[in-house]
Design a binder for this molecule. Structure first.
Ligand SMILES: *[C@@H]1O[C@H](CO)[C@@H](O)[C@H](O)[C@H]1NC(C)=O
Ligand SMILES: *[C@@H]1O[C@H](CO)[C@@H](O)[C@H](O)[C@H]1NC(C)=O
Ligand SMILES: *[C@@H]1O[C@H](CO)[C@@H](O)[C@H](O)[C@H]1NC(C)=O
Ligand SMILES: *[C@@H]1O[C@H](CO)[C@@H](O)[C@H](O)[C@H]1NC(C)=O
Length: 536
């Protein structure tokens, strides 16, 4: 060790002994709402704990420029896009998800989006290489750990350039099968449905086949483009290898809500971290909402989130929803609807429109009876923690699996989006959720479990993030199975060997028995002929 290195080592160890404050880098390209909220919550949670958090945010989609998700983290560094990245951002910003109101998503429909993500993140990689001064200015911050979403693969180039020893991949959906493979976690498509698939844990043959093909495509054909390291000796970055060295992986899945599956110690489930129940209960509704909630005994909230706009849904669905609302004159409805053109609503007395709604405060209010939602993961977590019955109408992406995940807790009813055009089905579902108390009771049981889970998502994040920052890569958590070949991991060699062995055994046994039989028959024949000779 050189003298300078020794001194540095001493300084670092003194720093660690005297203060538990960790230096985190959270890397979060700004491209899609639900991804930012998850990473921002992680950043805020860590900085609330007194750690130093730098939030590095390359801008891709311009509308996210004024980043409002961070409440506590103050150290935010934007990277402005160049023209080409801006163009990719425009494609992303106008990605036209509204087509999914009518189009059926398949396991393959997210492929173009993921290809676009890869292009965007690779462009950021190239832009940073063209001007390394941004990263150079971060070098003296001496980060202990880096947190990023696994989609933004170019984070690895940054990690390696800045020499950050601890890496935390995260995912804002429940799980990622490619990430599981990287860290050596069992992720058989026979039992684990892809987060973007419409399947649950119970799959029939056709579904397992699609799930397997989908997993194979993501694994083999959807590899991100090549990256060369930013500094000497300019090696090709091995993403899988880098991910396998992650100390922990943080996922937006909650074990008391999600389907159970085999996992490694490395995988830490912090789903629900975005929902702070005590904070939400303190949120105040405006007088306007109070008055509306007081009109009738029951109130239902309708919202399809911020990506799938209610205004974009087929007119047929709108008029069916209005007709159903007409059938419930004793129930008040609040509908998040993003336009002023409300002719279709026939001026119903019990229907109130808002372009924006205080969703969490409404869900926390005991006067709200049920929620009709698109089953986005954010809304699923919120309504689950607040114990509200729901009618789930998933539209696309992970929403279909989310709905299956929640519905098995018996506090909600899941419909297909086409059912929005089915008056009778919608009316019956609504009547059921409002009249049958078991939905409310089951929703409350789930909420109690989530709010009292043995170790809270917040605690899980903080403890694991600081532990990993202290010890760096944790080889003890890296299973050998990760390095096994497909053949040996899936016991194909063993089954083949045992199969051949059994076949040989059976063959010999058969041959032996035949010989024995032949011998006996011959003997008998001889005896018979002798007998015959005697009698003659
Ligand atoms: C955290 O950041 C503050 C302000 O930038 C700095 O003074 C402090 O030394 C940092 N702490 C650590 C442990 O790096
Ligand atoms: C919720 O928020 C409050 C106030 O912002 C904070 O003190 C508390 O630690 C948070 N709790 C959880 C579980 O996040
Ligand atoms: C609405 O409530 C009123 C008074 O409680 C009752 O008479 C009426 O039958 C109710 N209507 C429906 C459709 O349930
Ligand atoms: C939901 O109901 C089904 C059928 O009654 C039952 O088998 C299952 O255990 C229930 N699930 C939960 C989480 O209570």
């Amino acid at each position: 060790m050189t003298c300078r290195k020794t001194i540095l080592f001493f300084l670092i160890s003194i720093l660690f002994q005297n203060s538990k404050s960790v230096n985190f880098l959270v890397y979060c390209p700004l491209f899609a709402h639900s991804h930012h909220t998850f990473l921002a919550k992680i950043a805020d949670t860590l900085s609330e704990e007194g750690h130093n958090v730098t939030f590095l945010a390359p801008i891709i989609v311009q509308k996210y420029e004024n980043f409002k998700y961070l409440k506590h983290t103050t150290d935010i560094i934007y990277i402005q896009p160049d023209e080409e990245l801006k163009k990719l951002g425009e494609i992303m910003g106008s990605a036209g998800f509204s087509k999914y109101w009518t189009e059926e998503p398949s396991v393959f429909s997210m492929i173009p989006s993921i290809k676009l993500f890869q292009k965007m993140f690779h462009k950021i990689y190239e832009n940073l290489r063209a001007d390394l001064s941004i990263l150079d200015s971060l070098k003296d911050r001496k980060f202990d750990a880096m947190i990023y979403e696994v989609l933004a693969f170019n984070a690895i180039a940054i990690q390696q350039y800045l020499g950050i020893k601890t890496l935390y991949p995260t995912f804002s959906v429940t799980h990622g099968m490619v990430l599981s493979k990287s860290i050596g976690e069992p992720a058989s498509p026979a039992t684990l449905s892809s987060a973007l698939s419409p399947y649950g844990e119970k799959m029939n043959f056709q579904e397992r086949l699609m799930n397997t093909v989908c997993a194979f495509i993501y694994q083999v054909f959807m590899k991100p483009p090549k990256m060369i390291s930013y500094s000497h000796p300019y090696y090709e970055i091995d993403l899988k290898e880098a991910e396998s060295k992650a100390s922990f992986v943080f996922l937006n899945s909650n074990p008391y809500l999600d389907f159970p599956r085999p996992m490694l110690t490395k995988t830490v489930l912090i789903g629900g971290i975005s929902v702070n129940t005590s904070q939400i209960r303190e949120e105040r509704l405006s007088d306007e909402y109070h008055n509306i909630l007081n009109i009738r005994v029951k109130t239902v909230l309708i919202s399809f989130g911020s990506i799938m706009l209610s205004t974009d849904m087929p007119d047929r669905y709108k008029s069916i929803i209005v007709k159903v609302i007409e059938e419930f004159p004793n129930v008040t409805f609040i509908w998040k609807y993003e336009s002023d053109e409300l002719d279709f609503a026939n001026n119903l007395k019990n229907l109130h429109f808002f372009k924006w709604i205080p969703q969490t405060a409404l869900l926390a209010d005991s006067r709200l009876s049920a929620f009709i939602t698109h089953a986005g993961l954010g809304s699923i977590n919120e309504l689950s923690y607040m114990g509200k019955p729901a009618i789930l109408v998933p539209i696309f992406a992970d929403q279909l699996r989310n709905a299956k995940m929640l519905v098995r807790h018996n506090g909600s009813i899941s419909l297909e989006k086409q059912d929005l055009g089915n008056f009778e089905k919608l009316r019956v579902s609504l009547a059921k959720i409002l009249k049958d108390n078991s939905f409310q009771e089951n929703a409350e049981i789930l909420a109690r479990q989530l709010n009292n889970q043995p170790i809270s998502p917040r605690e899980l994040l903080i403890k694991h993030a600081t532990f990993g920052a202290e010890f760096g890569e944790l080889p003890s958590l890296d299973p050998y199975s990760r390095q096994m070949s497909f053949f040996s991991l899936n016991m194909i060699d063993i089954f083949l060997f045992l199969g051949v062995f059994l076949a040989i055994l059976v063959y010999f046994l058969f041959t032996f028995l035949r010989l024995l039989l032949n011998l006996l028959l011959k003997k008998k024949a001889v005896e018979k002929s002798q007998e015959n000779r005697k009698t003659k």
